[in-house]
Design a protein around this ligand. Structure first.
Ligand code: CP
Length: 355
């Protein structure tokens, strides 16, 4: 691994100034006609399905003059013959200048960053983090509201399994928000995020319905119930139809400039009749994946300006620590992964999935 490279694995590693710098870089790079990544190769290594993230990273790379290689699922690659994640990453770095990785396993991008000498960008790891999604979410809010400060933001839906909300919290904590977490009890936001907000004295409320607080929101961030994270169809069906935003239950009942965001794909949680209202920003939001991902690629490759490398985690290798998260990459069949812990305030957390 190259010590001074900068990866983008989680927004926890970025301070407020750096987040704003990426957002402002995205605006400038979107107006740039220079092929900043000419003769570079970007690899999109997607072990889990994607429409927006993969194609917008690819489009961003192509627009900057780079070439693209990679794969869009585990089914057409040698993982099918038994090759493990670590070997795939170790080898792919010879074919690429930057690895953009999506995996169903928490901590996969972090593991890849330790194996690769090339910059790694996390394009979504299990239920953990999705930093490029958050940056484009913030870009969309900033574009419309002209500020990220002091907004009242409701996150609605599957807050347990939805990595986009987990990532969003890591960034919003810098901007003094008031947060509302609206979910059925079994899908509420994990305690570790609430503890983080408590420590930072950021105000939040937990609810099981959105109607009673709807008129407070500046942004309603809707999410899909993540069917693929459930153990069975029966369990999924118990909560699958918990919420639906419709013209009838939104328009005239919220602030006139309330934005509805959604990382997409949507299933039924936003009715089609909202699409043509002034509240609907979710397709524009998906479009903003291009300027944000252009900026991320140019910045990690040092072709616009450089994000400085940071490594503030204290890491223990091969301790008696064993990650308790069954979804963590360190608990998947990866023979070359030693369990590692980050030591924070005397407590141990998994180095890969941070649980
Ligand atoms: N928002 C998002 O991650 O969409 P995809 O799964 O289609 O990439």
């Amino acid at each position: 691994m190259r010590e001074n490279k900068r990866d983008i694995i989680t927004l926890r590693e970025f301070d407020k100034e750096e987040i704003l710098y990426i957002l402002h870089s995205a605006l400038k790079i979107s107006q740039e006609s220079e092929p900043l990544l000419k003769s570079h190769i970007i690899s999109t290594l997607f072990f889990e399905p994607s429409t927006r993230t993969r194609t917008s990273f690819q489009t961003a790379a192509l627009r900057l003059g780079a070439s693209v290689n990679g794969f869009d699922s585990s089914s057409g690659i040698s993982v099918q013959k038994g090759e493990n994640f670590s070997d795939t990453i170790r080898m792919m770095e010879y074919y690429s200048d930057c690895l953009v990785i999506r995996s169903p396993h928490d901590g996969a991008a972090k593991l890849a960053s330790t194996l690769s000498s090339k910059p790694v960008i996390n394009a979504g790891d299990g239920v953990n983090q999705h930093p490029s999604q958050t940056l484009l979410d913030l870009y969309t809010i900033l574009e419309e509201k002209q500020t990220l400060e002091n907004l009242e933001i409701a996150c609605v839906g599957d807050l347990k399994n939805g990595r986009t909300v987990h990532s969003l919290i890591e960034a919003l904590k810098h901007f003094s928000p008031k947060l509302y977490f609206i979910a059925p009890e079994s899908l509420q936001i994990p305690q570790k995020y609430l503890e983080k907000l408590d420590n930072l004295k950021i105000s939040y409320e937990l609810h099981s319905e959105f109607e009673s607080t709807l008129e407070n929101y500046d942004v309603l961030y809707m999410t899909r119930v993540q069917k693929e994270r459930f153990d069975s169809e029966v369990e999924y069906e118990k909560v699958a139809h918990s919420f639906q935003l419709t013209k009838e239950n939104i328009v005239g009942k919220c602030k006139s400039d309330m934005m509805i965001l959604h990382p997409l794909p949507r299933i039924e949680e936003i009715a089609r009749d909202l699409d043509d209202t002034p509240h609907a920003f979710y397709f524009k939001q998906a479009g903003n994946g291009i300027p944000i991902r252009k900026a991320m690629l140019a910045l990690v490759l040092g072709k616009y300006s450089k994000l400085e490398a940071k490594n503030s985690d204290v890491v223990e290798i091969n301790t008696d620590f064993k990650c308790h998260n069954a979804r963590c990459i360190s608990n998947v069949k990866t023979e070359y992964v030693a369990h590692r812990a980050i030591i924070k305030s005397g407590n141990k957390q998994c180095f890969f999935c941070e649980k």
